[in-house]
Design a protein around this ligand. Structure first.
Ligand SMILES: [Zn+2]
Ligand SMILES: [Zn+2]
Ligand SMILES: [Zn+2]
Length: 276
């Protein structure tokens, strides 16, 4: 299984529009952060059973797909309904098209033709996120020809382990300020973005995880995100072999702040790839 950090930036991305701080002005490519998203490639490389599982459709999904040669999405797991994790959802129609062509289908001649020929991409989230996505991207789930070409998706609420892309996925409830949102565990890897606390019941579900990817916004406290120190502390409770901090703001400089982290903990960067 392979994990690819498609983006590790907080909701604004880094650099921030209009900001001239040293990190935003930095030439280090590891300080260029698109909005947070993870790609999980299950199975062996080149294996026909391999599947691409995308966590969140970030605002930067199109850019990320082109940057990292992502041409196929077998399933999408949504963590929560904040805009930076959802607003790339419309770009899923390009995967519908690519996947239709791959099985001998035709590109759409008229708006709704594709919807009839392509297979829907299955998407999963908790109940509240399902409801919010249906408001935020309501046109996708309505049958109105005037909306033009739109993604063909199914959206299912989950509250326990399920199968996606041939892999068992375990939803992990975490706190994001006052909200309860989902992280996900697949095999020995877990992804907990936008986290401010991990309930005890969820810590149990994380037992034995080898790779932990967890959100850490900055050093200064924030009401809905772990600081770097809090994420490091959470990592100690989970005790994985390797911890990767994501959803990083422009106050973290990759070279400076990564060097200060304890052994086994590191900052993410866009394109970071981990084999599990
Ligand atoms: Zn976020
Ligand atoms: Zn800045
Ligand atoms: Zn959020």
């Amino acid at each position: 299984m392979k994990l690819i950090i498609l983006g590790c930036g907080t909701s604004t991305g880094v650099p921030l529009i209009g900001c001239r701080c040293p990190v935003c002005a930095s030439k280090d490519p590891k300080n260029k952060r698109t909005r947070s998203s993870l790609l999980i490639q299950t199975g062996e490389g080149g294996n026909s059973l391999a599947a691409n599982i995308l966590i969140d459709t970030s605002t930067d999904l199109r850019f990320q797909a082109l940057a990292f040669n992502l041409n196929c999405v077998d399933a999408v797991l949504f963590t929560h309904p904040h805009a930076d994790h959802i607003h790339g959802i419309d770009d899923l129609r390009s995967f519908n098209l690519a996947q239709t062509s791959a099985v001998g289908g035709n590109p759409p001649v008229e708006g709704n033709l594709l919807v009839e020929v392509n297979p829907p991409i299955p998407c999963y989230a908790n109940q509240r996120t399902v409801e919010r996505i249906k408001v935020m991207a309501g046109y996708i789930f309505k049958d109105d020809a005037e909306d033009g070409w739109k993604p063909n998706l199914t959206l299912e609420a989950v509250d326990g382990p399920f199968m996606a892309g041939g892999a068992e996925v375990i939803p992990i409830e975490i706190n994001h300020g006052a909200s309860s949102i989902l992280g996900y565990r697949i095999g020995d890897a877990a992804y907990l973005t936008d986290c401010s606390a991990i309930p005890d019941a969820s810590l149990k579900l994380l037992k034995g995880v080898k790779i932990l990817i967890v959100g850490a916004l900055r050093h200064e406290p924030h009401p809905t995100h772990f600081t770097v120190a809090q994420a490091v502390e959470a990592s100690r409770a989970v005790a994985p072999q390797r911890t990767i901090l994501t959803h990083l703001s422009h106050s973290l400089d990759y070279a400076v702040d990564n060097a200060k982290l304890p052994k086994g903990v590191e900052l993410a960067y866009d394109g970071m790839t981990v084999e599990v």
